[in-house]
Design a protein around this ligand. Sequence first.
Ligand SMILES: [Mg+2]
Length: 117
Amino acid sequence: MSAKEVLISFDIDGTLKGYGGPITTKHIKKAKENTIVGGGSSRSVRSQWIVWQELGIKPEFLVFKNNLPRLPERYPEIKKFFHVDDLVLNIQRFTILRPREFIKNVQKFTYGGKNEN
Ligand SMILES: [Mg+2]
């Protein structure tokens, strides 16, 4: 997949480092090089904004987790939607990744399996 055809949404609690999870700022920045990155959490958008500010990363979107199924309308150019979450979820059109699975395969998910550094 070429640039910006992948969107990755990140949960916060239980998912991000500093919030009980293993995903670091470095992982997110790596993903952001070639994909649309934002947040989808049960926290309010305002609360998510504060967390992302603390991370020092500007998200391209922030939504309440229940509104994730609406994102494909907003990004018609995106071919693949991922959501990284510590919970097992079923979200229409999204592939749900556990945080550890994301870390292990960050290259694959962000570069379509190509060897880029
Ligand atoms: Mg969570």
